[in-house]
Design a binder for this molecule. Structure first.
Ligand SMILES: [Zn+2]
Ligand SMILES: [Zn+2]
Length: 132
């Protein structure tokens, strides 16, 4: 790969990672694309997809498949669990002490990733329902 191409690839990866660090809404490829295309009009969804995949391989970002229909991306470097709100569709970081979160081996199996998925109603949606 030539240096210029390599550089632009690194820039994109930094952009993608920066985006995920700024946005805590666990965005989809589409959400990232719609924001980045305003800044880089030549960018394509495929480019973003490939960039995210490269970042996934390095383990800096994580893919969340909690909705079952789409992949959402997360930049948090420490493992944590997620709540999907069935009312507003938000994916929220859950801060609980999980006994398995730092375990690299369970029953002789090697663990690389840990995902805990919870589904329910988020605080904000519950508040809104109370007011009615
Ligand atoms: Zn909600
Ligand atoms: Zn998260």
């Amino acid at each position: 790969m030539n240096t210029k191409l390599k550089q632009s690839k690194q820039t994109l990866q930094a952009k993608g990672l920066g985006y995920l660090e700024e946005h805590e809404n666990h965005p989809t490829v589409e959400m990232i694309y719609e924001d980045l295309v305003k800044e880089i009009p030549t960018i394509s969804k495929t480019t973003i997809y490939n960039t995210l995949n490269a970042l996934l391989e390095t383990g800096i970002i994580h893919a969340i498949t909690i909705t079952g229909t789409e992949t959402r991306y997360d930049s948090e470097d420490f493992p944590h669990h997620h709540l999907l709100c069935k009312s507003c569709g938000k994916i929220i970081d859950i801060d609980i002490k999980c006994p398995y979160v730092n375990q690299n081996e369970i029953d002789g199996h090697r663990i690389d990733e840990r995902h805990g998925y919870f589904k329910g109603d988020c605080r904000e949606c519950l508040k809104k329902k109370d007011k009615r």
